[in-house]
Design a protein around this ligand. Structure first.
Ligand SMILES: [Zn+2]
Length: 59
């Protein structure tokens, strides 16, 4: 599972909406909960973008 390092966390580009798992993006879990914003490189629009890091609640 690629989710092991950061279970449930997603990283989403605010410019194009592209989303993938934080672990897949090479990130680590920040800890706690809620939504954080950071600077990251988006693989879709290929640039430095503001990315939203969040953990969607699971059903
Ligand atoms: Zn993007």
């Amino acid at each position: 599972m690629t989710d092991a390092a950061a279970p449930g966390w997603k990283i989403q580009c605010v410019s194009c909406g592209h989303q993938k798992s934080l672990a897949e993006a090479g990130g680590v879990r920040i800890g706690g909960s809620g939504t954080k914003y950071s600077l990251g490189r988006c693989s879709r629009c290929r640039g430095l973008r503001i990315v939203k890091i969040h953990r969607p609640s699971r059903p």
